[in-house]
Design a protein around this ligand. Structure first.
Ligand code: 13P
Ligand code: 13P
Ligand code: MG
Ligand code: MG
Length: 366
């Protein structure tokens, strides 16, 4: 036990309807019940259950720290119980992200996505939790760069002495399973050299130079764990704001100009990441386009004060329109790259099976 509080956001797609569109309300209420009981039992301080598209999102606060086995077990058991309901209703992809039956203290590597942040509560601690569907963890690279390293986005990097020294980015190479740190602003060209390839180099966390933790993202890539296509690794990200950190509005600002991410139909296409309200978080067109919700909370003694549905604002209407225009342009490319992912990324889809069948029709020499 510690004075620090931990926010754990653990998510999984354990079945949806119809197809990959959204989580069924029965799964949401089952998960809510499990977490409320854990609060009564003293394990959790607070919780909030939601969904982005077909991904069930468990937001939990507690004092057990990052990677606490009892918190991971709670999430795992919740996903198992929800999977059982999903199976009974024959929901689509029931148990999709539960890649192994063998839980041993931590959900990492077993399918669910995890972002956890531990800190001493400040006098006032605003946080924003981003949750996306139909995309992958590298989708956070452009917005995280803008929020913490781009003064065209974050005025505070110039104006506020608390931010002026810059931040440290921890980047994971999810292919070779190694990590590296970059200091900004000094290393921004080096940082961009890597994070510009978001399918491989993924920002894991960001700290202020005095060590204060500012952001944590999930980096799990299911296909790399499973060695085959099992849906995209719809990611989550927790960001602290204000008072020596970017303001809430600076945290949201990158989403005003939608960027293009990998995911969408069959996890095999590029498309715009559209910022939406909770009630719009069910991707339909071509199973998308990929979308992101942002929930704002204040943390008070571990209690989650909120949420505010931050993209439920006419100020993001134009971004949604722009995203839809990009969606039309990308869709018009049909089966061609760059709408379809690059050959390297397609290796983790079902396309190689088709190519295998055609292999014998190829003749040597041209
Ligand atoms: P307040 O003066 O309302 O605290 O706002 C400061 C700020 O960070 C606005 O972006
Ligand atoms: P999810 O990764 O959200 O399950 O979507 C998979 C898919 O195939 C969408 O077309
Ligand atoms: Mg799904
Ligand atoms: Mg999903």
């Amino acid at each position: 036990m510690t004075e620090k509080i931990t926010i754990s956001v653990i998510k999984a797609d354990v079945g949806s309807y119809p197809g990959h569109v959204r989580v069924h309300p029965e799964l949401l209420s089952k998960a809510e019940g499990k977490l409320k009981k854990a609060k009564k039992d003293g394990l959790l301080l607070d919780s909030f259950v939601t969904h982005c598209g077909d991904d069930l999102e468990l937001i939990m606060t507690h004092r057990r720290g990052v990677d606490a086995p009892e918190i991971h077990e709670l999430a795992w058991k919740t996903f198992e119980d929800c999977t059982a309901i999903a199976r009974k209703m024959k929901l689509y992809g029931a148990g999709q992200d539960i890649l192994s039956e063998a839980f041993s203290g931590n959900v990492k590597g077993l399918g669910p996505g995890v972002a956890e942040i531990e800190f001493m509560e400040r006098a006032s601690d605003p946080i924003v939790i981003f949750m996306a569907d139909k995309t992958e963890p590298g989708a956070w690279n452009p917005p995280l760069y803008k929020i913490f390293a781009d003064p065209y986005n974050t005025a505070g990097l110039i104006i506020d002495p608390g931010l002026h020294d810059g931040f440290i980015f921890e980047v994971h190479d999810v292919i070779q399973e190694r990590k590296i740190e970059f200091n900004t602003p000094e290393d921004i060209y080096d940082l961009l050299a890597y994070i510009g390839q978001p399918g491989r180099y993924v920002i894991k966390s960001i700290r202020r130079k005095d060590g204060l933790i500012a952001a944590v993202a999930s980096t799990q890539r299911l296909s790399l764990i499973a060695g085959k296509y099992v849906g995209k690794d719809d990611p989550i990200c927790i960001i602290r704001a204000q008072h020596g950190l970017p303001a809430v509005g600076e945290v949201l600002e990158p989403f005003a100009s939608p960027h293009i991410v990998a995911g969408w139909m069959r996890g095999s296409h590029h498309g715009p990441l559209m910022p939406v309200s909770m009630k719009q978080a069910h991707p339909t067109r071509f199973d998308g386009p990929p979308r992101v919700i942002a929930l704002g909370f204040q943390i008070a003694g571990g209690k989650l004060i909120g949420p505010v549905d931050l993209f439920d604002d006419p100020a993001f209407e134009l971004a949604r329109k722009k995203a839809l225009e990009i969606a039309d342009i990308m869709r018009a490319q049909g089966p061609f790259e760059p709408h379809r992912l690059s050959a390297e990324e397609m290796e983790y889809t079902t396309l190689p099976k088709v190519e295998e069948k055609l292999e014998k029709r190829w003749k040597k020499g041209i």
